[in-house]
Structure formats: structure tokens, C-alpha cells
Design a protein. Structure first.
Ligand code: HEC
Ligand code: HEC
Ligand code: HEC
Ligand code: HEC
Ligand code: HEC
Length: 179
């Protein structure tokens, strides 16, 4: 091979590796289906619900996160509208008393300490600062899980945590966030 040939070969190889590398994370992610369609927008507008009606803090301050069926069943014992999504929800979950198995998009690795109450109540950080427009949208965000690590596809990155702490003049040592 001439030197020129080698340069072309190596450039081609590097490009192929880069493309393969960029494609790898998606190929390793598995999409987890949600049990049903769910619209945050409908519940804010037609049912007048606020975030903490469903995403509650327990009496001890821990965050209950995913709402259990009994937060829904009171309103949905009988249909409130005529949508197929609601009919399915009632037939498959409310009537038989079966908990929907929701998949959560946001998850942190075991070795990271994260507390909702500190951020929401003490720090007065809005849900939207970290979760974007999920709370006002018509569909749940897609949830991916890494086939190898088992972590959900969207973990708030360390850079994003540290960036906001810097902006607000809060600095933490490694052990402030890691267990
Ligand atoms: C009527 C109940 C209800 C209300 C009110 C509600 N949510 Fe939800 N929310 C859900 C359900 C059900 C899910 C799907 C399960 C899950 O992912 O936790 C969800 C999911 C989410 C998620 C995705 C979490 C993840 O990582 O997967 C975010 C973020 C969220 N809600 C934010 C909000 C915000 C912000 C508000 C207020 C503006 C709000 N929600 C109001 C029921 C509700
Ligand atoms: C305060 C009453 C109330 C509560 C609590 C409530 N809903 Fe609803 N829900 C409504 C109303 C009102 C509608 C709109 C009905 C219509 O006009 O079609 C609705 C619509 C729906 C629909 C069909 C539209 C859509 O979102 O895709 C689903 C599915 C649904 N709710 C699931 C749930 C689940 C799951 C929970 C609990 C996490 C819940 N609801 C809690 C009142 C409520
Ligand atoms: C400072 C950033 C931040 C703020 C503010 C915040 N969250 Fe989260 N949220 C996260 C992180 C990070 C996770 C993943 C947590 C974990 O793995 O323990 C998460 C997880 C969730 C989940 C998934 C279920 C669960 O229990 O892990 C829901 C639902 C949720 N948040 C809703 C909300 C709502 C509603 C608000 C406002 C009342 C809010 N969050 C405010 C960062 C935030
Ligand atoms: C949008 C801004 C913002 C983001 C993003 C954010 N934080 Fe914070 N964090 C705060 C504020 C504000 C406080 C201080 C609350 C107080 O004590 O007043 C805080 C406090 C903390 C504390 C001290 C908690 C305690 O119990 O004393 C820890 C630990 C922490 N954050 C970890 C994290 C981690 C991990 C992430 C990323 C997953 C993160 N934070 C993302 C704003 C943020
Ligand atoms: C403000 C909170 C915060 C602070 C301070 C912090 N971390 Fe992290 N760290 C995280 C979060 C959240 C993750 C998981 C998300 C990610 O990998 O970006 C993480 C992930 C990591 C990882 C694993 C990366 C991987 O890919 O698995 C290492 C290693 C790490 N941190 C080391 C450190 C060291 C060393 C320090 C001190 C210089 C530090 N961290 C300070 C929040 C923090």
C-alpha cells in the first residue's frame, strides 16, 4: 500500500469506528413500553390537578414519585369522558384493581444521592428546571434502558447537577453527591 493509500485507509477506518461508536448506545438501549397513554395536559386542564396531587411527598419527606392506582381510581371509577385510552385504563386497571407498571425515565445510579424534597421545598427549584415540559405535555417521555448496565436512558448528568450548583454558588464535595 502506498502512503496515500494508507492515509485513505486509516481515515476510512476512523470514520467507520466513529460511526459505529455513535450508533452503539442506541443499539444497546431497549425501549420500555408504558402500560397506557397518559396526558399531563388533560389532567392539568380538565381535572385541575397540580403536580403534587399525583407525585407526592410522604410524611417523612421521601418522594413517592410514581403515583399508585388509588390516586386515579376515585375519579375514574366510572368514565369521565369518551376516549379509548380512558376506557382501556378502566377495564384493565381500575375495575380489576391492578396497579399499572409505569416505567420511569429518570433514574440515578445507586451510588448517587438525590433528594427531591431538598430541591423542591428547601431549594425552591421548579420541576421544569430538571424535567423540562413533561408535566404539561400530552404524552409520556420515551423510556430506554441500557441493556448492559440496566440504567434508564436518561440520567441527569453529573455536569448538569454541578452546573446548577455552581450557578447558585453551591459547591459540593464528591461525597456530597456520592455514597
Ligand atoms: C393525574 C396525575 C398526575 C399529575 C397531576 C401529574 N403527573 Fe406527572 N406523571 C403521572 C404518571 C401516571 C406518570 C407516569 C409514571 C412515571 O413515569 O412516574 C407521570 C410521569 C411524570 C414524569 C416522568 C418521570 C420519569 O422520569 O419518568 C415527570 C417528570 C412528571 N410526571 C412531572 C409532572 C409535573 C411537573 C406535574 C405538574 C405540572 C405532573 N407531573 C403532574 C401522573 C401525574
Ligand atoms: C381529579 C380527577 C382525576 C384524577 C385524580 C385522575 N384523572 Fe385521569 N382524567 C380525568 C379527566 C377529567 C379526564 C378527561 C376525560 C375526558 O374529557 O376525556 C381524564 C382522562 C384520563 C385518561 C384519558 C386521556 C389521557 O390521559 O390519555 C387516562 C388514560 C387517565 N385519565 C388516566 C389517569 C391515571 C392513570 C390517573 C392516576 C395517575 C388519573 N387519570 C387521575 C380526571 C382525573
Ligand atoms: C433538581 C432537579 C429535579 C427537580 C427540581 C425535580 N426532579 Fe424529579 N427527578 C430528578 C432526578 C435526578 C430523578 C431521578 C431520581 C432517582 O433516580 O432517585 C427524578 C425522578 C422523578 C420521577 C420518577 C419517579 C421517581 O420516583 O424517581 C418523577 C415522577 C419526578 N422526578 C417528578 C418530579 C416533580 C413532579 C417535580 C416537581 C415537584 C420534580 N420531579 C422536581 C430531578 C429533579
Ligand atoms: C436547577 C438547579 C439544580 C440542579 C439541576 C441540581 N441541584 Fe442539587 N441543589 C440545588 C439547590 C438550590 C440546593 C440547595 C437546597 C438548599 O439547601 O437550600 C441543592 C442541594 C443539593 C444537595 C444537598 C442536599 C442535602 O440534603 O443537604 C445534594 C446532595 C444535591 N443537591 C445533589 C444534586 C444531584 C445529585 C443533582 C443531579 C442529579 C442535583 N443536585 C441537581 C439545585 C440544583
Ligand atoms: C452535584 C452532584 C455531584 C458532585 C458534586 C459529584 N458528582 Fe459524580 N456523579 C453525579 C451524578 C448525578 C452521576 C451520575 C450521572 C453521570 O454519570 O453523569 C455521577 C457520576 C460519577 C461517576 C461515574 C461516571 C460513570 O460514567 O459511571 C464518577 C466516577 C464520579 N461521578 C466521580 C465524582 C468525583 C471524583 C467527584 C468529586 C470531584 C464527583 N463525582 C462529584 C453527581 C455528582
Amino acid at each position: 500500500m502506498t502512503i496515500r493509500g494508507e492515509v485513505f485507509f486509516l481515515t476510512g477506518l476512523a470514520a467507520a469506528l466513529a460511526a459505529g461508536w455513535a450508533g452503539l448506545p442506541r443499539a444497546l438501549d431497549r425501549r420500555i413500553p408504558q402500560p397506557m397513554e397518559f396526558s399531563h395536559k388533560v389532567h392539568a386542564e380538565k381535572a385541575g390537578q397540580s403536580c403534587e396531587d399525583c407525585h407526592r411527598f410522604r410524611a417523612d419527606g421521601s418522594f413517592a414519585g410514581i403515583p399508585p392506582l388509588d390516586r386515579c381510581a376515585g375519579c375514574h371509577a366510572a368514565p369521565m369522558g369518551a376516549t379509548a385510552a380512558e376506557k382501556k385504563f378502566i377495564a384493565e386497571y381500575v375495575t380489576p384493581g391492578r396497579e399499572p407498571r409505569w416505567a420511569a425515565e429518570s433514574a440515578q445510579p445507586e451510588n448517587v444521592y438525590f433528594s427531591h424534597i431538598t430541591h423542591v421545598k428547601r431549594g425552591k427549584v421548579k420541576c421544569e428546571s430538571c424535567h423540562g415540559n413533561v408535566g404539561s405535555s400530552n404524552a409520556l417521555p420515551p423510556v430506554y434502558v441500557d441493556r448492559i448496565s440496566g440504567y434508564s436512558g436518561k440520567v441527569m448528568s453529573m455536569d448538569a447537577c454541578v452546573e446548577c450548583h455552581r450557578q447558585r454558588g453551591l459547591e459540593f464535595s464528591c461525597l456530597g453527591c456520592h455514597k
